[in-house]
Design a protein around this ligand. Structure first.
Ligand code: TNX
Length: 605
């Protein structure tokens, strides 16, 4: 293993006074004290107590290797632990300001520190340099997702690079669309990236390296020590996602935003929203208003349903963009359309409105593939949803249209693909689309349970790329164990190890790793009705799928993963995130299950 060269700019800052052991900040005016004025006694006491605590500093409680998903390269430096102080400021260039504001927003509640965000280009920006976010430039500025799903070409981290710092972009160059470099020294923390998305991933890594109490919503008086060393990190796959089915049960905007927070924590970059199904149509379409008004009024079990107005949907995509998450909207066609047929019987093959459907069978409904009106509907809906969606993808479903004969299905899909492409978006669909003709750039989402799938492999040979969602590993609606109170088991029971132990790069026979765009964990919600239940099914399997999508294959190791995952439990408990305390994970004692999710223990505050 070769060693990493010294990081430019991470040594002592020459513009800062040289600290001495007895006076770490000699010559510096403590933050909040006006130079030349007489400091008040309380302020002096605070500074003195900070300094005393420094001298008694225990080693950092979190280790640099504890991060989930596992970074590409990690090099700890036991002499480089950094302690965040009350007078810290975040210094940042213009391209990183929004990320710095987000990071400060995560750190302020628990620390109680003001943590101002200051401009790195302004000489003597207020506050000592303690955290630094800089962008190398060259990537998109804040607010735009760098994760367009095509950005990681040539970035595969496979090849046995290991977790030392012997290979890879150790000088901050070549970090790609989402990579970052994090340097922690006794003098400060520096995050470097080519893009705002990379900076955000680096900031999430820093958040995990702070003590568990950083998740507290109120100040805790902790010593905020970060383990010293360097991490250089990039994703293995460009597409790393979660699907939320908001059609079977409806979830309010606030719940969706919270799911985006969870994605961002684990460096996932796509949120697929399953917006339409038999039981509900959840997105307003101005040209076909009854879709939402009538089709949105039902849900599994007979609840009131709901739907997103255009503004609701805009809020979701804007919040996602700020987290460098791309929203992938799905309009499921030609099957799974009972709610649309209730609203517009003209779309039904027999032109008669079916009764609203609130049960959980699949495969009985479809829009009439022989009627031109159906294609006007498809074009209008795709046009409006595409116009509201900044990301490059539109998902047209295509699954389980059991009642549509193969030839009509194929002809329908080919026309729908063309209508979708006419909106400027790229086709995504479930792998049932495979027999239909190729559309430029099209992506199939594979949800099989047997990797021997010649039809899908053939579609890949004709140019398709794959998102891997094997139902027996990545479907987060599967029960963890036979006694899990919610969820399905048609694809088997999916404990954390099963969610983790597979390789997206070689899962489907005849599909090379280069054709794999990434991974996605779908959460179908027939039996999932509220936020706590969503979290109970996501955690702790979401980080397992996130690690498969992000980390180099060389880091794959169940024994190590379960240890690192265990360290996340107290963070979720402190943050009020419900989770399943899976027995195969050695949770620390502090992670006490306290809240029942329909009869089962889950850990939350
Ligand atoms: C299959 S997988 C479905 C969904 C169900 C899910 C339940 C796929 C594309 N379709 O309609 O909700 O199983 O696990």
């Amino acid at each position: 293993m070769t060693t990493i060269p010294a990081t430019p700019g991470t040594g002592p800052d020459p513009s800062r006074p040289t600290p001495t052991p007895t006076s770490p900040d000699a010559g510096r005016t403590p933050a909040g004290l006006v130079p030349g004025a007489s400091p008040d006694a309380a302020e002096l006491a605070r500074v003195a107590s900070d300094r005393a605590a420094d001298l008694l500093a225990p080693p950092a409680p979190v280790r640099l290797h504890d991060v989930v998903p596992a970074p590409e390269h990690v090099r700890p430096d036991p002499d480089g632990d950094f302690t965040l102080r009350a007078d810290a400021a975040l210094r940042v260039g213009p391209a990183g300001r929004d990320v710095a504001e987000q990071l400060a927003g995560w750190l302020r509640p628990a620390t109680g520190y003001p943590l101002p965000v200051t401009d790195i280009t302004v000489p003597d920006a207020d506050g000592p340099l303690t955290l630094t976010l800089t962008s190398n430039g060259g990537g998109p500025a804040d607010g735009r997702s760098a994760a367009d799903g095509r950005s990681a070409d040539g970035m595969s981290a496979d090849g046995g690079s290991g977790r030392g710092l012997g290979a890879g972009p150790v000088d901050g160059e070549g970090l790609g669309a989402e990579g970052y470099r994090l340097d922690v020294t006794a003098d400060g923390v520096r995050i470097t990236a080519d893009t705002a998305a990379g900076l955000l991933h680096g900031a999430q890594t820093l958040r995990q390296l702070l003590p568990v109490a950083i998740e507290s919503p109120t100040p805790t008086g902790e010593r905020w020590t970060v383990p010293g060393g360097t991490i250089v990190d990039r994703p293995r796959f460009a597409y790393r996602g979660v699907m939320l089915d908001v059609a079977r049960h409806f979830f309010e905007v606030a719940d969706v935003l919270r799911v985006i927070d969870h994605l961002s924590r684990y460096k996932l970059n796509h949120l697929h929203l399953h917006l339409t199904d038999d039981q509900g149509w959840r997105i307003a379409v101005d040209s076909w208003p009854r879709l939402a008004e009538v089709g949105g009024a039902t849900a599994v079990g007979g609840g009131p349903g709901g739907w997103y107005s255009r503004d609701d949907y805009r809020r979701i995509v804007a919040y996602a963009a700020r987290h460098h998450v791309t929203v992938v909207p799905e309009i499921d066609l030609p099957g799974h359309t009972n709610a649309a047929l209730v609203a517009y019987p003209e779309l039904a093959p027999n032109k008669i409105a079916p009764p609203p459907y609130t049960d959980t069978e699949v495969g009985f409904s479809y829009v009439d593939p022989a009627d031109e009106r159906t294609y006007a509907f498809v074009a209008d809906v795709f046009g409006e949803v595409a116009a509201l969606t900044p990301g490059p993808w539109l998902h047209l479903g295509g699954d389980e249209a059991f009642k549509v004969p193969a030839e009509s299905y194929r002809a329908f899909v080919e026309r729908a693909q063309a209508l979708l492409a006419a909106t400027g978006k790229t086709v995504v669909g479930w792998h049932q689309l495979a027999p239909a003709g190729h559309a430029d750039g099209r992506v199939l989402q594979w949800w099989g349970t047997d990797g021997d799938d010649p039809e899908t492999a053939d579609a890949v040979r004709r140019g398709a790329r794959l998102i891997l969602s094997p139902a027996n590993h990545a479907y987060l609606d599967m029960k963890y164990a036979a006694d899990t109170p919610i969820g399905h088991d048609w694809a088997g029971l999916t404990d954390v190890r099963r969610a983790y132990d597979w390789d997206p790069g070689s899962h489907v026979h005849g599909v090379p790793a280069e054709a794999v765009l990434g991974v996605e964990a779908p959460l179908w919600t027939e039996s999932i009705t509220n936020r706590a239940e969503v979290e109970f099914m996501l955690f702790p399997r979401l980080p397992a799928i996130a690690e498969l999508g992000w980390s180099p294959r060389s880091t794959h190791d169940w024994a190590g993963f379960r240890e690192r995952l265990a360290g996340q439990g107290p963070r979720w408990t402190t943050a009020g995130i419900a989770f399943h305390p899976a027995p195969e994970v050695p949770w620390p004692h502090a992670t006490i299950p306290t809240q029942a999710v329909r009869g089962s223990a889950s850990a939350t505050r």
